[in-house]
Write a protein that binds this ligand. Structure first.
Ligand code: SME
Length: 153
């Protein structure tokens, strides 16, 4: 996957003054899902640090029941506490995993930092087994770096 070729479009989208932040994130999810063949579900969760819960934001793909996830629960909830990327090559091998659909085989979650604080995450589900490489991690860290600029004002 040539991730670098996707970056100019993402920057243009996130800098589009005509769109509200939620619209930008929605279009980003739709576009990543469309462009990257093994990204089957793409979404953002945002943290409520008082309640220690994650809340589903914009997403592309199948509707999910998991709109609120407690910190510590599932892959997403673990990333809320660890502040680290979590790559799951095979979801069936995970004990602390929240299944969304039987078609999902793998998952990657990358935290979203704004001024050093973990405010949420980007979550990708794939129908392919073990598709994610370090290139996905670096790319999604870059995406979140761009997204974090939307939260600075
Ligand atoms: N599988 C996730 C739950 C969220 S869905 O993938 C949309 C988890 O274990 O945290």
């Amino acid at each position: 996957m040539q991730f670098d070729s996707l970056k100019p479009h993402i920057q243009a989208l996130l800098q589009n003054q005509q769109l509200a932040r939620t619209e930008k994130l929605q279009q980003l999810c739709d576009w990543l899902r469309q462009e990257i063949p093994y990204y089957d579900w793409v979404g953002f969760y945002f943290a409520n640090h008082e309640n220690k819960t994650l809340h589903l934001g914009p997403y592309a793909g199948e509707a999910t029941d998991h709109t609120v996830i407690p910190f510590g629960k599932g892959i997403c909830g673990q990333v809320a506490e660890s502040n680290q990327n979590f790559v799951v090559p095979d979801v069936q091998a995970q004990d602390n995993y929240i299944a969304c659909s039987f078609t999902v085989k793998s998952e990657i979650v990358v935290p979203l930092f704004v001024q050093g604080k973990n405010i949420g995450q980007i979550d990708i589900d794939s129908h392919v087994l073990d598709p994610f490489t370090e290139a996905d991690e670096r790319f999604l860290e870059w995406v979140n770096g761009e997204v974090s600029k939307l939260f600075k004002d």
